[in-house]
Design a protein around this ligand. Sequence first.
Ligand SMILES: Cc1cc2nc3c(=O)[nH]c(=O)nc-3n(C[C@H](O)[C@H](O)[C@H](O)COP(=O)(O)OP(=O)(O)OC[C@H]3O[C@@H](n4cnc5c(N)ncnc54)[C@H](O)[C@@H]3O)c2cc1C
Length: 463
Amino acid sequence: MPPYSPITPEILNEIKKAVGLNAVVRDSEKLHEFEKDAGEDARLPELVVEATSSRQVSDLLRLANRYSFPVTPRGLGTGLSGGAVPLFGGVVLSLAKMNRILSIEKDNLIAVVEPGVITLDLQNAVKRKNLFYPPDPASLDTCSIGGNAATNAGGPSCVKYGTTRDYVLGLEAVLPSGEIIEAGVRARKGVVGYDLRHLLLGSEGTLGVITNLILKLIPHPQMITTLVAFFPKLTSAMDAVTAMLVRGHVPCAVEFLDDRCLEITGDLLPFEEVRSTKAMLIIETDGAQRVIEKEMEAIGEICMEQGAVNVVMAPDSLKRARMWEARREVSLRIEERFPLYLHEDIVVPIGKIADLVGCLREFEKVYGIKIYSFGHAGDGNIHVNITAEDRKCRDRAEEGIVALLKRVLSMGGTISGEHGIGIAKKRFLPMELSTESIRIQKEIKQIFDPLRILNPGKIFESP
Ligand SMILES: Cc1cc2nc3c(=O)[nH]c(=O)nc-3n(C[C@H](O)[C@H](O)[C@H](O)COP(=O)(O)OP(=O)(O)OC[C@H]3O[C@@H](n4cnc5c(N)ncnc54)[C@H](O)[C@@H]3O)c2cc1C
């Protein structure tokens, strides 16, 4: 990395002049709030700028180039891979205050928003107009649309509706040079020129700062219905998932919890079976009532065929709320219990889900770890939560992770489905991407950011 300049009094003055005094945070207690995201890595920024306009973002980045200091964009800091951690100090650029929903256009089925809007706030606002914005990361009440776009976040609804990328029609971004560009369209489609919009989406704040988004909306589904199925074996649950998908059913959520996750969230789950079964599937379908009821019946039958010990159709709204609460609570409860907690976020092809979960106990025995698995079974996206009672077990656990990722890749899978690479996973990048692919990606970074002032030290081990 280039030798970055510290934020000297001269640079501080220039920043204050450019963005205004109100946007600058220097109070040391407040700076600590910006030193980490929801992952493990931490580094204190020298300064935080809380932007309220694209112009401020642009002016800050121009100064960063002139004085050579690093700038790390940040949404609401819920990322799990250290993407918003200022690895080389410098300035954290918070987009949290750019949080206005600028318009919801019913006739065009779009919303125009600033990046700091909380995902759930947008979902609720469009729902009031009978519209639907599907991307639903489990953190949706605490994360931002800008962060979702920068990480291409997804959630349970991915299995039917896709990820954030599928809902960003167009965006405004400030490039590391300070230039402001628009990419994409306001319309439903558009193929003019190279697709810079999709290059910026999922680039984890390394190619540009997203300052405005034009989002695709769809009509809100008429109804949603839920089925809960309990299995004596985790692999049978996964076989049921594969069977329902290949037979043409399209649920809007297919989530699973293994027996260990059921054990720690059992108090929240209003079902007797939780105590005696090895896996729970939560399946939802949405659409017109007659259609989804029939679909649920068929899915219930598939679960029974695959050995489910019980299928609960349409639990009441209270039970449904508790069930989703348990699903969202799992990672927090694991974190509370174990001094060592490493989360992997792998994806395997649909036909391999049962094979993958079937080999997790083998990894536990060999590497002396305890694995809690849950996640988006319908996408083959499994959160493999690796834990140990002692942080000293970390090296051995890391060996286990490498072995697990090799297995995932040998099955045709990928090492990250939604949490991104950031700092936490960059050492694993060459396991999945070829030397040529990494070279081209670094060349792209070089074109966008020749002085490497925007979010340096992320995704790639070396520049
Ligand atoms: C309990 C919990 C559950 C989670 N569940 C899910 C899940 O189901 N699915 C999922 O995908 N993720 C999940 N996450 C991870 C996280 O919530 C997502 O990655 C989310 O998209 C991050 O949004 P944020 O606003 O917090 O971004 P931050 O953490 O602040 O930043 C994330 C990355 O985006 C960049 N960035 C942020 N805003 C901008 C911007 N405006 N322009 C350019 N770059 C920017 C940052 O530099 C960083 O690299 C979960 C996290 C937690 C703690």
